[in-house]
Design a protein around this ligand. Sequence first.
Ligand code: FES
Length: 125
Amino acid sequence: MVEILEKYSATKLEDVKVWFKAASVADFPTDGGACVKYKDKQIAVFNFARLDKWYACQNLCPHKMEMVLSRGMIGDDKGAPKVACPLHKKTFSLENGENLNGDLDAIATYPVKVEDGLVYIGFKE
Ligand code: FES
C-alpha cells in the first residue's frame, strides 16, 4: 500500500524537470477528467473549463487505494477547485491536494500547461 503511494509526490511548478505530453486538448472531456499514464504512475487530468484551468493529480484515492479520481466530479469549495472521489465522495483540493472533508493524507498534484492544443504535465523526473 505504502509503496503505491510513494510513487506520487506533489510537484511544484518551480520543481518541474520534465514536461510530459499527455494528449491533445480534445481528448479530455469538458469540465471532467481523464486518466493518463506516466512511467508507473496514473495521473488524473482535469479540464476545468468553467474556470478556464487545467489540473492534474494522482489517480489513486488514498481512502481505499482505488484508481478512480479521474472519474470524480469536479466543483469548487468556496472558490477553490476540488475533485470528489466517485466511490465515497472524499473531496480533495486540486490546488494543493488537501483532503477537504476528512483527515486523509493530501494527494499529489502536478502542474499542467497547454500549448498549441496539447496538454503537458510537469514532473520532477
Ligand atoms: S475510495 Fe475514494 S472516497 Fe473511498
